[in-house]
Write a new protein. Structure first.
Length: 382
């Protein structure tokens, strides 16, 4: 089956390249400005088994995004800024249960201040600090990545609420090319199990050169939420993640690689028979390796090749259920191309070759996708 959740996360990231480049000025005077940006993405995909011509499933993930970004100067060096971004899906029925438009979401909503070389600070729904490094291999974001490091509302991965973020470029203006960021997230409750967390801290460090090389490292740490009196009296392993990545972006070539590792990051319902959150089994350790290469032919064509390998280890799952201690959570090769008609309109096609084996007992019992996926779409952005 096609992972619709992953599509909802991946496809709209095309905006990250266009925001501020193709945006429409609503107001722009004396450095104070308000911009409107957005995209419309008709998309369709179908899946099939390895060496099979039979179509297993179809999927329409057409969506649209609309955002507002503003900046107001306060003094010569101090200014305030804010961003609101809204997304709606067009594959859901018009008449929904209880008239709730569950396909409509607020992706971003934050505001802050920036003061010269002292950096910026903002608060709201924003990208988590881990996105700094993981985004290096999201250069062709229409690729569907079935990865724990590609989720939203999960600690400081992807987008999340209540994020206080401080960023400083060039370390107070003293060292060109070196930037860092600090992030804090308060405790989140009244969410589903894999979206609740205690207080979380994160940091990111970036080094950028003049020849197109960039290196980034990100990390965060959080305590797991405790659901009952028994857990409150026990020491529960903390949730940690770190990632290292680099990219080369010059001479018509884009090459990037990412390594990420997380502890107790992803819940897995292998042993949870009664939907008891306290009995939820967590992947003890997740390791990801991602790589991508893209070439610009200067004719509008951008072919690319990418690879993803995600493994999990778990000491909380009963070992007699399965034959090994390390499991493949995702393993895929993506062959893609996009054609840009102009700065506003582009089309793309992607073929995901799933390298997981459906005969694997762990993969079969946990319904991990093993289908190959072919997809195509058009993006209109401004």
């Amino acid at each position: 089956m096609i992972n619709r959740k992953s599509l909802a996360i991946a496809i709209p990231l095309l905006l990250s390249a266009s925001n501020g480049v193709n945006a429409v000025d609503i107001f722009n005077k004396n450095g104070n400005k308000l911009e409107l940006y957005g995209s419309l993405n008709p998309n369709h995909e179908f899946s099939h088994k390895f060496l099979s011509k039979k179509i297993e499933s179809h999927n329409d993930s057409t969506n649209a995004i609309l955002g507002l970004s503003g900046k107001i100067n306060i003094t010569d060096e101090l200014f305030s800024y804010a961003t609101v971004e809204y997304k709606t899906d067009f594959f859901s029925p018009e008449d929904t249960v209880n008239n709730k438009q569950e396909s409509n979401t607020v992706r971003l909503g934050y505001a802050g201040f920036k003061y010269g070389n002292w950096g910026s600070i903002d608060y709201g729904r924003n990208y988590g600090i881990f996105h700094d490094v993981e985004s290096l291999t999201n250069h062709t974001p229409y690729i569907t990545k079935n990865s724990a490091f590609n989720n939203n509302d999960s600690y400081m991965i992807g987008r999340n609420n209540s994020l206080l973020t401080y960023r400083n470029n060039n370390i107070f203006g003293l060292f060109d090319g070196i930037s860092f960021a600090l992030q804090y997230k308060d405790e989140s409750k009244n969410k589903i199990v894999n979206q609740e967390n205690s207080s979380t801290w994160g940091a990111s460090l970036k080094y950028e050169t003049d020849v197109g090389l960039t290196a980034i490292g990100s990390c965060f740490s959080s305590e797991r939420s405790k659901y009952n009196d028994k857990e409150k009296n026990e020491k529960i392993p903390s949730i940690n993640a770190y990632g290292l990545g680099f990219k080369y972006d010059a001479n018509d070539i884009y090459i990037a690689a990412f390594y990420g590792a997380g502890s107790n990051l992803k819940p897995f319902n292998v042993n949870d028979k009664n939907n008891d959150p306290s009995s939820e089994s967590y992947i003890n350790k997740i390791e990801n390796i991602e790589a991508i290469a893209e070439y610009n032919f200067h004719s509008g064509f951008y072919p690319s090749l990418s690879y993803l390998d995600s493994k999990g280890q778990n000491s909380n799952i009963k070992q007699d259920n399965f034959d090994q201690n390390t499991w493949e959570l995702a393993k895929q090769i993506n062959i893609s191309t996009r054609y840009e008609f102009n700065k506003n309109i582009s089309t793309y096609m992607n073929y995901k070759i799933n390298l997981l084996k459906s005969s694997n007992k762990f993969i079969k019992e946990n319904n991990i996708p093993t289908d190959n996926i072919i997809g195509a779409g058009v993006v209109y952005q401004f």
